[in-house]
Structure formats: C-alpha cells, structure tokens
Design a protein around this ligand. Structure first.
Ligand code: NAD
Length: 378
C-alpha cells in the first residue's frame, strides 16, 4: 500500500507528522512510503535522512495525495485536499471532528476512511497511539516554562545572606495529562503548587506530586466511560469560580487546562478574578484552542489586565517541535502498525472492530462514528 505524508502547512506549525525513524518502521512493514519534500525541515531532519529509510521524497504534493492508499498527517486537512483523495483512501490525522462538519461530509462524499487521532480510545492498549496525551504532556511542561520565564519572580525558595526569597505560588486548574505535567514541572522548579479538578479521583494524583488539592463542594460530578469530565451545571460552575477566585488572587501563576471532551471549554477564570491578582502575575490558558478557560484570554495573543499578563498562545506543543514530532510520529506509526494486516500487506478497515468504532469517522461514503453522527445530526 502507498503511504503519503504531506508536509504540515498551517502557519506557525513546526511539527512534522512522521520522523525518519517512523518512516523506516513503515517501510519495514512492507509499505511503499513517500513523504513531501522538506517534511522534516522544521525539526532539522533532511530529505536525505528520509530517503535513507527506503522512503521516496515527492515534490508534487497533490499527486502524492491523489495517489495514496493511506495519508498520514498531523493537523486536519484543508477541505480541498480531502476532496483530492481517491475512493477508499485511509486518512489519519487530528480532525477536530466536533467542529468540522463540512470536512467530515467531504470525507464521506469522497468515500475516504477518515480516522481521527482525537477519538483514539483512552484505554491501556491504545496508550502508545494516544496523541492527545503525548501533545498535552508537552503543553503542560511548556506552559510552566513560559510562566517561569515571564514571571517577575523566581519559582524556588532561596535562602541567601541577602535575604530569603519566598517560592512562587502556582495554581493549576484542570488536572488531566497537561495539568499533571504542569504540576510536576512547577514542583521541580521549586514552586508551591495548588491544583483543582472536578474529577475527585485526581486529588490523590495531585497529592502524590507534592501539590495541594483545592477542595470545592460541587455535589455530584460525572465522568464519561473514557474518564473525561462531564460539563458542570451553571450553579456548579458559579460555586467553583467563587473558590477559584480566592486561590487565583493569592497565586503568582495560574495555569488553566480544563476541557470537556467535544464541547467548548468552561470559562472558569473571569476578568474580575484576573483583576484581583497581583500586577506582574502570569496566567497561561492552555484551553484556548477549545474556547479558553480565562474570560479575557485571546487566541494566540498576550493580553494585559491591570499588570497581569494572560497568555493564550495556540499550539504550545509546536514550541518543542522535536519531541512533539517524535511523540506524534510514534503515536501515528503505532496506529498504522496496530491496523496493519501482514497477509494483505496493508490496512483492512473493519468498522465493527471495537478500536475502530471509537476513532473511525467515515467509511464507504457514510459517517460511521455514532458520537460524531449524533453531534452533527447527520
Ligand atoms: P481533558 O484535556 O479533556 O481535560 C483536562 C482536565 O480538565 C480533565 O482532568 C478534566 O477533568 C478537567 N476539567 C473539566 N472541567 C473542569 C472544570 N470545570 N474545572 C476544573 N477542571 C475541569 O483531559 P485529558 O488530559 O485528555 O484526560 C482525560 C481523562 O483521560 C483523564 O481521566 C485521564 O486520566 C484519562 N486518560 C487516560 C489514558 C489512558 O488510560 N490511556 C490516557 C490519557 C488520559
């Protein structure tokens, strides 16, 4: 089967979807692999390195897309590139399927089997294919490094003949993969860390990292089968904001990562709460791509409110493009390996397969994913 990997084209995107190491594994599976010229340039991997794996390097992106049996990429494709794929092509990438109705309809119309990296089940067997986790982990680390650089204080306590410096206070709201990494990174830098999440199971994880869990009496909170938080009611959110306000006011750094799968992120930190923080403090909103947790945060911008800077940078993982690419590439490579059928020397899509039922969005002209179908009323 012919696999084609186009170069990422979104502005500011530094990540590469497939590294030469993964290309080599795909070639070893028996695939005919082609990548687009310059695919690894942003991570300092040359076309020669890709060629040395047995892959070919193509200049003509559209021809690569048109002729491929399998397309691997990182971000969702522009709709015209989805339309160029041939019938039966298997397309694997992030797809943003809850927001991209037209793209999904296009995949169905083109009879493409589209697999969404966001929808890979969060099970132990799928861990090595879990790109949401691999990228969120880096985002959590990078948010803390950004805050440490931008804050007008230092993170650790320092006792010196010139005086004792108190540690910075970091408050992490939302403790999934990104939040846990943010806590661990802030602790390693010596900050005093507090955290909150609506899922009670998180308390133990926060404590085991040496941070303090902030308690809020929200009554019953729910999780999906996949372990995702369900949205809070308006009353619960109001109760949460009241407690968050106090903790934000006494923090030097607030990092928000709270998301509700398939929905807009909840607004947790209001502008009034930011106004109560000490001038010079830093807020990093990692949920900005799904709408943001901080009312005054702006997409890919820094906003200043009463001397507090609110960072809403998009695509944080791209700031560490090398490990982000290596991890994504391992994720997508493991996915191809998982789906590869040795006898048929290719991927054979079985929409009834339990794993594929989670992440296959379109197949043979139909939208087959029940969650996405229901979400878009298709
Ligand atoms: P996510 O990005 O969807 O959300 C981040 C965090 O925000 C979650 O912990 C969520 O509970 C929290 N949140 C939602 N609303 C909130 C609110 N109002 N206030 C505060 N916090 C709020 O989460 P994620 O990082 O993708 O992880 C989701 C789940 O999947 C977690 O249970 C995680 O442990 C689990 N997971 C399992 C595996 C696996 O087993 N393979 C891998 C990764 C993640």
């Amino acid at each position: 089967m012919r696999i084609f990997v186009p170069k990422e084209t979104a502005p500011g995107e530094e990540r590469a979807p497939v590294t030469p190491e993964t290309a080599k594994k795909l070639v070893a599976l028996g695939a005919e692999v082609a990548v687009e010229t310059g695919i690894g340039a942003s991570i300092h991997r040359s076309d020669t390195e890709y060629k040395s794996t047995g892959a070919s390097v193509l200049d003509d992106r559209m021809a690569g897309l048109r002729e491929a049996d399998i397309v691997l990429r990182l971000r969702k494709p522009p709709i015209e590139e989805a339309a160029a794929l041939r019938e039966g092509c298997i397309h694997i990438s992030f797809l943003d399927p809850f927001n991209e109705r037209d793209l999904i309809e296009q995949f169905a119309a083109a009879k493409v089997s589209a697999i969404s990296m966001e929808m890979i089940p969060r099970t132990s067997i799928a861990q090595k294919m879990d790109a949401l986790s691999s990228q969120a982990n880096l985002a959590g680390y990078l948010a803390v490094v950004l805050a440490a650089e931008e804050l007008d204080r230092i993170f650790p306590m320092m006792t010196t003949p010139a005086g004792t410096i108190q540690p910075a206070r970091v408050f992490v709201i939302g403790v999934g993969v990104a939040g846990l990494q943010a806590i661990a990174t802030a602790k390693r830098l010596g900050a005093r860390v507090e955290a909150f999440d609506t899922r009670p199971a998180v308390e133990e994880q926060v404590r085991s990292l040496g941070a303090r869990f902030v308690k809020v009496d929200l009554g019953k909170t729910e999780e999906t089968e996949q372990g995702y938080a369900k949205a809070l009611t308006e009353e619960q959110l109001a109760a949460q904001r009241e407690v968050m306000a106090k903790h934000c006011a006494s923090s030097d750094v607030v990092i928000t990562t709270a998301q509700v799968f398939g929905r807009k992120a909840p607004v947790i930190v209001t502008t009034a709460m930011v106004q109560r923080m000490r001038p010079g403090s830093v807020v990093v909103d990692l949920a900005i791509e799904t709408g943001g947790n901080v009312e005054c945060a702006e997409f890919d911008k820094v906003v200043e409110v009463n001397g507090v800077r609110v960072f809403g940078y998009a695509n944080m993982p791209s700031r560490a493009a090398i490990p982000a690419s290596e991890m994504y590439s391992n994720n997508i490579g493991s996915l191809v390996e998982h789906l590869w059928n040795k006898e048929r020397s290719g991927i054979v899509i079985d929409p009834a397969d339990e794993f594929l039922r989670g992440c296959l969005i379109t197949h043979e002209g139909q939208v087959v994913n029940q969650i996405i179908k229901k979400h878009h009323n298709l």
